[in-house]
Design a protein around this ligand. Sequence first.
Ligand SMILES: Nc1ncnc2c1ncn2[C@@H]1O[C@H](COP(=O)(O)OP(=O)(O)OP(=O)(O)O)[C@@H](O)[C@H]1O
Ligand SMILES: O=P(O)(O)OC[C@H]1O[C@H](OP(=O)(O)OP(=O)(O)O)[C@H](O)[C@@H]1O
Ligand SMILES: [Mg+2]
Length: 295
Amino acid sequence: MSEERLRIAIQKSGRLAEESVELLKNCGLTISRGRDTLYGRVQEMPIDVLLVRDDDIPAFVADGACDIGVVGENVAEEDRLAGARETPAELVARLGFSRCRLMLAAPKEWAWNGPASLEGKRIATSYPGLTRRFLAAAKVKATPVMMKGSVEVAPRLKIADAVCDIVSTGATLDANGLRPVATVFESEAVLIRNPASFGPAKQTIFEAFMKRVEGVMASREAKYVMMNAPRSAVPAITEVLPGAEAPTVLELAGGGDRVAIHAVCRESVFWTTLEKLKRLGASAILVLPIEKMMA
Ligand SMILES: Nc1ncnc2c1ncn2[C@@H]1O[C@H](COP(=O)(O)OP(=O)(O)OP(=O)(O)O)[C@@H](O)[C@H]1O
Ligand SMILES: O=P(O)(O)OC[C@H]1O[C@H](OP(=O)(O)OP(=O)(O)O)[C@H](O)[C@@H]1O
Ligand SMILES: [Mg+2]
């Protein structure tokens, strides 16, 4: 019998591709691709990687061609809204990269008076489901015009009056004489899974993989903070440290009133945090990155 393997779909090239591979790498997984550019095998765990167009990922995962996938939440949600599948893929984790917004954008010369300005207009988009949902909530009647790419050129070509497209810096809209007017959906990369339950062998691989993903996500913001401070300041310092559990308090050589405090902070440690610690009497403050973390 062939060994059970978990199959993950990631984008072959594009805005998600590099960081999807990076996520696997941070999970301690390397992909050996050989001569096949569409298919890779992970060395360290029984996992296969399929490198595909991002639009295909929700369908592959929902239909079981792949067990899990990394895709933009915008694409996953649009697929769910299309309602083409009995049981769509399930969202299992937000991954914190490829952050972007699906936005309505109108020609710069338009006087924008809120969504009502779109009444009776044609809106070019690759996301007709999300666009329709927004229009319905705003009680506006407008027609989405489906375009697979280069949506921003539609108003210039008179194919549509406005667009609903992905925006990050806004440079693409600006270059096409458009300006963002309303946010339709906030997105980031997400991990999705096939909704049917996995057999025991696949479930074991899935859980081991998810433990690593959760470890990577947890350690991304987390820092190990060390400092010396008066013993009496320990409670106040614990309050200031963001997302820290009970810190470790250690005696310093030679005794005295000052102690060493070590803590894992699960949220960002800013310069303002260090300034507060200093005011509480802390000195020799060190903030170190954490490479891996497992509860
Ligand atoms: N400018 C951006 N900044 C950040 N994230 C983005 C940006 N543009 C798109 N994304 C996110 O990355 C996903 C993939 O975008 P990309 O432009 O690579 O798609 P694509 O051209 O459809 O790729 P493919 O060739 O795989 O079909 C989008 O669905 C969105 O979630
Ligand atoms: O607000 P900006 O920073 O300009 O980013 C937005 C653009 O980025 C994406 O396209 P991408 O550059 O990935 O090319 P694509 O059209 O081939 O998908 C997206 O489809 C927008 O066109
Ligand atoms: Mg695509």
